[in-house]
Write a protein that binds this ligand. Sequence first.
Ligand SMILES: [Zn+2]
Length: 248
Amino acid sequence: MEYTYIGNRGILFTFNELNKEPYYCITNVYVIVGKKNYFVCDTYLGKYYINKIKEFLESKYGKKNYIVFNSHSHWDHIWGNSEFKDNLIVSHEKCREFIKLYGEQEIKKNPDFIRDEVELILPNITFQKEISFEEEGLIFFYSPGHSEDSSSCYDIIDNTLFVGDNVDDPIPSSMCFNNLSIYLDTLKKYLELDVDRVIQSHGPEIDNNVIRENALYIRNLIDGKKIIFNESEVERKHQENIDFLLSI
Ligand SMILES: [Zn+2]
């Protein structure tokens, strides 16, 4: 586990377990150190990893209450929920529904990434549009794009945006929601916030330029433009997106 301080009160914890076949990506858990609460954005692969984060936080900042946010229902973002059974776990209502529907299937599909036994714990408070923690300067809001159940965290105090899997550098990847105009609306909304920094789930801190590039890519897909990338890895991600869009 590596960690990076972000702005005045964010810490990005980065893990490498998915950095091998077939995913080849790092994965982040983003924590905002609030006045009374630690806000944990996504819970990665289980309690072993979450305990490392908790140890780090408590040794540095002492005991605080934990509030968890699930950006969406995908397995690599929620398996550590079991370490927060007695805490608030916040998500969009569709995220809860999708964990219920597909959570067990996803465990079966990814046995190589199970370290402790996975116990699926559902979010226990859901929202439709958004939910605010006024005293802590945080808003969690619905932002469908990468998936239909995706939502984001906006830190008003630090002007930082956590986007989960909705933004990737240089193009969106592993798309699993085919309503591209809704995806584009989400990216436009991100740009309207005019944040100082953007935190994604599978890469380092980025800025609004990457959101702009992602939006242009989605625009081009909507317009049916022929898109070719010189870099083979990016072309591969693009082909995966095309295959997904053609499969439904
Ligand atoms: Zn995902």
